[in-house]
Design a protein around this ligand. Sequence first.
Ligand code: SF4
Length: 528
Amino acid sequence: MSGRVLIVDALSAGSGRRTSSRDSIGCGPRTVAGVFEKHGIRCTIRRVDEVLPKKSILKQFDHLVVSAMTMDQIAVQKMVKLWRQIRQIGKVLLGGPIATEPEVILKQIRPDALVVGEGEATLDELLERGFLEENIELSDIHGVGFLESDKPRMNQTRALISSKELSERFNPSTARIIDYTAYQACKVYVEILRGCSNFRRTKYPLKDGTQCTECSNCDAKDPMKRMDCPEDIPPGCGFCSVPGTWGPPRSRSADSIVNEVKELLDLGVHRVILEAPGFLDYMRGTAPLTDPCHPPANLSAIEDLLGRLNSLPQVSEGNVHIAIENMKACLFTNDVAKTLKKSMISSSPNIGLETGSEYHMRQIGKCGSPDDVIRAVKVASNHDMKPFVYLISGLPGETAETTEQSIQMMRSVSEAGAERIILYGFRALPGSAFANYPESSLKDEFGQTLRKEAEKINRQKKEQYLEKVVRGIAAEPSSTHHGFTMVYPLEEGPLMTVSGGFSAGTLLSVKVTEVLSSGLVSGEVVDK
Ligand code: SF4
């Protein structure tokens, strides 16, 4: 008997409580749950911030599995410590992007096993071999890290899962969506493809001094050649670990995506995000797809997928919102916008600019150019979409000049129709080319200049919503205003707060009355 498994979702929890993206449910924990269900093992998902203050929950379970990112290490440490205090039995298994620094994690958190890279096939093998029931030999299971005589040991990496396996062998659990509080109001991510097509690399030196020697493989016509860097520089934008960890894109079949969405909608989900590092990589080109901008997007595959999603009854009745987020500017053309518009899937395309300097963009390994971003924003806006543009402050190579160019670009994309500027401070992700570079706090001179401009633009954009009615969905009580409820926009629009208590999932029409900050408006409910 395997016993019951607690899957703890610690994604974005940082040191224990998520402060941003509170309305998002990532696909990782449901993917893990799907593998347990495949083996007939009972499991439940809980967010880490629900479990930490309610330790009695742990008594209902026999094993602990934690899914987390690098930034969540403190929350994971607290979680595992608590588990070991309360439960002296069972196995502790860790996985997710946190495993990109396996030695550190094994030494500090000491799980029974760490799943590195893609988790499904490794977890599948662990369960087949009886990992939960006994102390099995781990040394020949690819993709696993563990402590051997108290020393971290990493097995050989596991080969990437194929598109076919992602579509047919491993299905994320849909039943376990009900484990999430207020899931009816949350953005539920459904993975449509894994990996990224940007196999360019940064020209800045890595922290150990390794640097590009201009072999030209990054620009080779042969897609296999682009994967091979003689200097072992991680592929992709220097700040990102996606292509290095997850490889080139592999798409799921439309059948598997539509089935998953259908089951989620039948359970009461209202907001679905089609998750991909780049949506326009869906079924694009032939494998391995390592050129981020060529060939163009596969519009017939996209049209087919969106058409089938649109014909689900809850979507065609207008009670569910399906959205697309990340898109590469160089692929976002007029034809793409027309196809999305025709599919009636409204979208806030999330377009990464990162820096307003073309030179800086190339040096960090980014694809496309600032002009591509302005063009993509104009195209999106001309088709009534509300694009978000992303920048990063504190990147290696940032100067007064690149900061000034970024300010000018923020203004240009705002004029071109960007709905919102999203500015992040640079984080040195393990597994990325910029691992170990100093991080940004957004408090230094350049960071503050960028933050002020982004806030100014975002506030102006929010003012355009004053007196307008926005359809939203009640989520949870406001943590700062007693007696108020947080309301997420059902389609596009700002985060709102309204007076009164509404249960999660209630659809509301809200008239916006005041801009409270660059990220929040208040309003009154005009219709339920
Ligand atoms: S493959 Fe490596 S060495 Fe060759 S151009 Fe790209 S980053 Fe430079």
